[in-house]
Design a protein. Structure first.
Length: 300
């Protein structure tokens, strides 16, 4: 199994979601099919099956894997436990610069962040270098890291580029047709969206991860190294904004989930023009959500 235990925990959670779609007395596919479906190693698949068996969710006997009961909330690992070390440090860094009182021009001390984040120096520096490529922070020669600031202007510029990339990605998906991998992957998310919508009172905190999955499917299929690199920053910032303003988080996530589902439903119906229009509506709403999620400092 991978040394990063978060891979196993994330794989188990995704396996539980899959089992929930099968129903009692149905069977899971072969180990090889599961490795392909989940994108993990055979060793991790076996560890997941072992846990499902021990928890009484399935009966695993040789090649037979029969569902005995539906997964419960207590069967899942907490979202925080499924984050890799680098993802955890990125989230902590965003909390550090956006959740505190840091102003543009503030000095960022590596030694302090290493202690605060309980992270290695190498992992922290990898995170800092990632954000420095887009001007959020800057390393002064032979000195400290300096926060340049997540300003409203920065957010708008970032979103402008995101819209160009993602609209290009959706049109690419549409041009490849319903047999394309991205089309199939996006449509397969309908069950997960219905799960959140139908149980929004308890599931709304799980939406940011699903939102990230929805948008990443689009850009990944473009196979563009520059877009992939840019989207690493987009992924952290635009999905972190769900944490900033808690006042209407449940309602906001419900609206966004419905917007995703509108796109998916249009694709399922083969109505690609409507799918593109619905996606444009979603991006407009997402821009508004981001700009309303932060108390911006007055910019000069």
């Amino acid at each position: 199994m991978s040394r990063d235990n978060s891979i196993y925990k994330d794989s188990l959670n995704r396996s539980l979601d899959y089992v929930a779609t099968l129903g009692v007395e149905n069977t899971l596919p072969s180990e090889v099919e599961l490795t392909q479906m989940l994108g993990i190693s055979r060793t991790t698949v076996r560890a997941v099956l072992k846990q499902l068996n021990e928890a009484g969710i399935i009966e695993w006997a040789g090649r037979s894997k029969t569902v005995l009961r539906k997964p419960k909330a207590t069967d899942y690992f907490a979202k925080e436990e499924t984050l890799s070390t680098s993802e955890r440090v990125e989230t902590q860094f965003m909390e550090h610069i956006l959740g505190g009182d840091l102003k543009p021009g503030s000095i960022l001390h590596e030694s302090e962040m290493v202690r605060e984040f309980n992270a290695s120096t190498s992992v922290l520096r990898e995170c800092l270098i990632k954000f420095s490529r887009f001007g959020l922070i800057e390393k002064e020669p032979n000195r400290h890291w300096v926060l340049r600031g997540f300003t409203q202007e920065f957010a708008i510029e970032l979103f402008d580029v995101r819209e160009m990339f993602e609209l290009r990605a959706l049109r690419n998906l549409v041009s490849l047709g319903s047999e394309g991998k991205a089309w199939k992957d996006l449509v397969s998310l309908d069950v997960a969206h219905h799960k959140i919508i139908d149980s929004i009172e308890t599931e709304y905190l799980n939406f940011p991860r699903l939102d990230e999955q929805f948008h990443r499917i689009l850009v990944t299929d473009l196979k563009n190294r520059f877009i992939d690199d840019f989207y690493e920053l987009v992924s952290v910032i635009f999905h972190y904004h769900y944490r900033w303003n808690k006042q209407d988080e449940r309602a906001r996530n419900l609206v966004a989930a419905h917007q995703h589902l509108d796109v998916i439903t249009s694709l399922q119906a083969g109505d690609t023009d409507t799918a593109v229009l619905k996606f444009q509506d979603h991006l407009i709403a997402a821009r508004t959500t981001l700009l309303n999620s932060v108390s911006w400092e007055a910019e000069t």
